[in-house]
Ligand binder design. Structure first.
Ligand code: PLP
Length: 388
């Protein structure tokens, strides 16, 4: 069978394939503990579940407005006003089945064949693949040697005549780094100077662990509002990954273009899920804070346990729910081989850093029970101690 060059060029998501392998092994009866999933292990908040059930009972089972029900877009505007003091109107908001399709739509709207987009590595797996689907080329700014943050020099060095924009993700998946105000300011200045747009993916914004604080780029650089597209959604903050609701906020021109694409792609996000998301965004602040506090405890435990292991090191993650472990000094510095052996020999699933442009590292998600964290880390320690 002949397939298009386009599809043959796409690499499957490494995070989904490792969690798939872990699930299969578990189904075979192996005692697998998985640190590979990028999703909270909590149930969705009651306000979301009830709003979803009400919507079903009311018969909200039809196509909705293509960019999303007005009620949810209004709710998202109110949220951005109360959380960040930012003013958006429903015409500047679009709802899609998850943040992932919004990133796809944005890149389709902004990137021409051969255009370059800056990615800060380690970078989330889907950015580069979605960029390729738009015909774009990645310019990777590696941040490993500079404390997981880009510098003005490294950013400027990556910008050329074909660079049209950059993707900024804070708190970061996979590193858990939170970009401080100075770095945000620097990026905003460069974007303005070089006429770049910014896709600002803040899907983990609710998971920042004190004293670290999440900053929205428009709070430090309000003057660049016309070149920023914010990506967010209910998946991570409200433990609603399966409902598939994401939202983007930005200049109404780009929102309209994304909406046009959406008319031919998904039509709209699931009507019931949009109503459930309304319930979450409106009323689930306390649930989110409780989840964050639980993640904070797990983060402390997992980081401390990793620091007792030989060969490996970890920079304190400040946000999201990932730890990024440096295995470059291990007897097996190859992260692909390391993850393969850790899964086969100790039944512990982790994601190799190679998936994020960071060979020699691995990502562990601590969105799993404390009991699994303790058992999984004990096995990983045993694995490392057994290496020569
Ligand atoms: N952006 C980042 C950085 C993510 O980690 C993820 C999910 O893993 C997404 C976007 C996509 O989220 P959604 O489930 O809403 O599509």
């Amino acid at each position: 069978m002949k397939f298009s060059k386009r599809i043959l060029n796409i690499q499957p998501s490494a995070t989904l394939s490792i969690s798939g392998k872990a699930k299969t092994m578990k189904a075979e009866g192996k005692p697998v503990i998985s640190f590979s999933a990028g999703e909270p292990d909590f149930n969705s908040p009651k306000s979301a579940r009830e709003a979803g059930i009400d919507a079903i009972n009311r018969g909200e089972s039809h196509y909705t407005l293509n960019p999303g029900i007005i009620e949810l877009r209004q709710e998202v505007c109110s949220y951005y006003k109360r959380r960040f003091g930012l003013d958006y109107t429903p015409a500047e908001v679009i709802i899609a089945p998850g943040a992932k399709p919004l990133l796809y739509e944005a890149l389709q709207a902004l990137v021409d064949e051969g255009d370059e987009v800056i990615l800060f590595a380690p970078a989330w797996v889907s950015y580069v693949e979605q960029l390729h689907m738009a015909g774009g080329v990645e310019k990777v700014v590696d941040t490993i040697a500079t404390g997981l943050l880009p510098t003005r020099e490294s950013l400027l060095a990556a910008i050329g005549p074909k660079t049209v924009g950059l993707i900024l993700n804070s708190p970061s998946n996979p590193t858990g780094a939170i970009y401080p105000e100075e770095t945000m300011k620097m990026i905003a200045e460069v974007a303005k100077e070089k006429d770049l747009w910014i896709i600002f993916d803040e899907i983990y914004e609710r998971f920042a662990y004190a004293p670290a604080k999440h900053v929205n780029i428009l709070n430090v650089a309000p003057e660049i509002k016309d070149r920023v597209l914010i990506i967010n959604g209910v998946s991570k903050a409200y433990a609603m990954t399966g409902w598939r609701i994401g939202y983007a906020l930005g200049p109404k021109e780009i929102i309209a273009k994304m909406s046009t694409l959406q008319t031919h792609l998904t039509s709209n996000a699931c009507s019931i899920a949009q109503w459930a998301a309304c319930g979450a965004v409106k009323e689930a602040d306390a649930d989110v804070d409780a989840m964050r506090d639980e993640f904070a405890k797990r983060r402390r435990v997992i980081v401390d346990l990793i620091r007792e292991m030989p060969y490996v090191s970890v920079k304190e993650p400040e946000g999201a729910f990932y730890v990024f472990v440096d295995i470059r000094k291990c007897p097996i510095p190859d992260d692909m081989e390391f993850c393969e052996r850790l899964l086969n020999e100790k039944y512990v699933a982790a994601v190799p850093g190679t998936a994020f442009f960071a060979p020699g590292f691995l990502r562990l998600s601590y969105a799993c029970s404390m009991e699994n964290i303790k058992e999984g880390m004990a096995r990983m320690k045993e694995f490392l101690e057994g290496l020569k």
